[in-house]
Design a protein around this ligand. Structure first.
Ligand SMILES: Nc1ncnc2c1ncn2[C@@H]1O[C@H](COP(=O)(O)OP(=O)(O)OP(=O)(O)O)[C@@H](O)[C@H]1O
Ligand SMILES: [Mg+2]
Length: 234
């Protein structure tokens, strides 16, 4: 469904990762864990076309999408829910959702999609007129996910959704991901919370210092093994 091949990227002359190859299978959830600064967000931004790679390729349905602009990739169903939420702070909850419906395909089903998001997150419906900069951290994350869903994703890249959330809110957000997974959405989830990440994953990558340090099917890995790798205890 989505694949990166021998990908290298960074900022200016500084390379963040080198020769990175990962595969994200359709309808499955792939989680990428790894310490701060490993290059996880940079990888997602490169997949979205927000950063131009130095070498390598990004394949969407077996075809290179490197020549496609970010908005064209979004129209192909590739959607990023970014780290730090990046909401339009001056706009209401509902207006933020409407901003998510800018891909051409999703405009005609805007009302329908909005209802689906409100069903998924009743709290957003209650607060539909609230200015989004006044939402709690958990509500803001719900809105970021909801706005992403308004784009009618086929492949959803989600960057650290549990950042700054309480365990209860993290649990709530992950139960939504489980529903999306049941609907056969392809999910690429970057997550520091290894425990939660493992619960939902079909495949796990560990990224460290710009490299893939581990690539395992979920059934071949447990939390202890992952953390041993994470902290290089083996
Ligand atoms: N806009 C930028 N300009 C220059 N360097 C950057 C920029 N964004 C990130 N970096 C650097 O690139 C490296 C990788 O950052 P990245 O955000 O991809 O890491 P990450 O794995 O997502 O980390 P975290 O878990 O903290 O979010 C870091 O050393 C970071 O300082
Ligand atoms: Mg990051």
């Amino acid at each position: 469904m989505l694949e990166v091949m021998n990908l290298s990227a960074g900022y200016g002359a500084m390379e963040v990762f080198w020769d990175l190859s990962l595969k994200f299978e359709g309808g499955k959830t792939t989680t990428i864990v790894g310490p701060n600064g490993a290059g996880k967000s940079t990888l997602l931004k490169t997949i979205m076309g927000l950063i131009t790679p130095m070498s390598g390729d990004v394949l969407l349905r077996n075809e290179s999408c490197l020549n496609a602009e970010t908005w064209q990739r979004i129209n192909e169903g590739l959607v990023l829910i970014p780290e730090g939420r990046l909401l339009f702070g001056d706009l209401s909850v509902e207006e933020n959702l409407i901003m998510g419906a800018y891909p051409k395909n999703s405009r005609k089903s805007l009302e329908n999609n909005k209802e689906n998001v409100f069903n998924l997150f009743p709290r957003l419906k209650e607060r539909r007129n609230q200015i989004s900069s006044t939402l709690s951290g958990g509500e803001a994350q719900m809105l970021a996910i909801g706005r992403g869903l308004m784009e009618e994703p086929k492949i959803c890249l989600i960057d650290e959704p549990s950042l700054g959330l309480s365990p209860v809110m993290t649990h709530e957000i992950f139960s939504i991901f489980r529903e999306l997974k049941e609907d056969k959405l392809t999910i690429v989830l970057v997550e520091q919370n290894t425990n939660q990440a493992l619960k939902i994953a079909d495949h796990v990558y560990l990224m460290q210092a710009g490299r893939v340090a581990l690539s395992e099917k979920r059934e071949n890995i447990d939390l202890k093994k992952l953390e041993d790798f994470y902290f290089a205890r083996n």
